[in-house]
Design a protein around this ligand. Structure first.
Ligand code: SF4
Length: 374
């Protein structure tokens, strides 16, 4: 059951509303140690060992807001699984699989990935409000918290200027919207000055982890100033859709900034058709368009979150017919070695002789349909 704001008071207790709604307070009060976390939640042995053993490699940080979404009594709470390290992350059974950079994101210049001709990805910072345990860029957690330098930005901007086929810049990280507003403004201005850049997209999980960022008029004004900007965010579970998240999205939409969502299929968190259906329904309700459901990448330290392709397809099949088409994300696998994304669909065309086709309807009925060229 989703918690009401009142039920979340166990963490909000004694914190004035003004502070709770302040992004900087959320960041300054991130939970970084076992001792801090134990004040709010009784830790499991695998979490205590996990926090100790992931230090320096995959550190922990949790905003009070994200912590408030956890059910402290439930060891398998989906927020808890995404935020509190467990020893399995560094266990040999998991570490033996995957690569730190399975998608080969490292590109022509440090911090730049140029995989598809028309777009580039720019890593603007290594900082995140919460270090998600399933992150595909987990390799950067250990690099310390730092933003892109002036010189590196200059090299990237020069590269983009020289490549007129690039039409879209995706700012990524870490989380670009954790940058201070002045720096964000500079970065956006640099790319906006390039005539062939049509769209800037920003990948940010702040609507989920610290939606208070979007209660700040200065940040919203900067984003609006550099329109067209699209936001790609990352809701994974219906519990993450709260009144604060809704307010954040409303503020973005009011400024003309569309919000798309990319969910990652995670074992124990959302690998369940009913949960995924509820998530998609709630996303649409707060006017976030479900874009992708990604199969979890083979990243070192993340493999324990992986489930099967069959599970993903079963979920996709379940969604069809139970929710409108625009609320159904594209299920996709990111191919290793930087070969790009491929969409996956359950099989609906089950037989064909070129004219006579047999389809499977959303509720499992076989339907014959003659289709030929006129
Ligand atoms: S916010 Fe995004 S980049 Fe940062 S740890 Fe979470 S998933 Fe990774």
């Amino acid at each position: 059951m989703e918690k009401t704001p009142e039920q979340r008071l166990w963490i909000k207790a004694n914190i004035p509303e003004k502070l709770w709604r302040d992004y900087h307070w959320q960041i300054q009060n991130r939970i970084r140690t076992k001792e801090q976390l134990e004040k709010y939640i009784k830790l499991l042995p695998e979490e205590i060992e996990g926090i100790e053993r992931t230090k320096g490699l995959y550190p922990m940080a949790i905003t009070p807001y994200y912590l408030s979404l956890m059910d402290p009594e439930d060891p398998m709470d989906p927020i808890r699984l995404q935020a509190i390290p467990r020893v399995v992350e560094v266990d040999e059974s998991v570490q033996r699989y995957g690569e730190p950079d399975a998608l080969k994101e490292d590109g022509p210049i440090p911090g730049l990935t140029h995989r598809y001709p028309d777009r580039v990805l720019v890593q603007t910072t290594t900082f995140c409000a919460v270090y998600c345990r399933h992150c595909m860029r987990k390799r950067i957690f250990s690099q310390g918290e730092r933003a892109i330098g002036e010189q590196q930005l200059k090299l990237i901007v020069e590269y983009v200027k020289k490549h007129s086929e690039i039409r879209e810049v995706l700012l990524s990280g870490g989380d670009p919207l954790t940058l201070n507003p002045e720096k964000l403004d500079i970065i956006l201005s640099e790319f906006r000055k390039i005539p062939h850049i049509e769209v800037i997209r920003i990948g940010t999980r702040l609507p989920v982890l610290a939606p208070q960022r979007f209660f700040d008029e200065d940040v919203l004004k900067i984003l609006e100033k550099h329109s067209p900007i699209w936001i790609s965010t990352h809701f994974n579970h219906p519990k993450e859709i709260t009144p604060e998240a809704q307010e954040a999205v409303e503020n973005l939409l009011r400024r003309g900034i569309p919000v798309l969502n990319q969910t990652v299929l995670l074992k124990g968190v959302n690998d369940n058709p009913e949960i995924m259906l509820e998530l998609m329904r709630k996303l649409i309700k707060i006017k976030v368009k479900p874009q992708y459901l990604f199969h979890c990448d083979p990243i070192k330290g993340v493999i324990h979150f992986r489930t099967t392709l069959e599970k993903g397809l079963e979920i996709m099949k379940y969604l069809r017919g139970r929710i409108s088409g625009y609320a159904i994300p594209t299920y996709a696998v990111d191919l290793p070695g930087g070969k790009g994304k491929v969409p996956l669909l359950p099989r609906y065309l089950i037989d064909s002789d070129g004219t006579k086709h047999t389809f499977l309807s959303w509720d499992g009925q076989k339907v014959e349909y003659d289709i030929c060229e006129f």
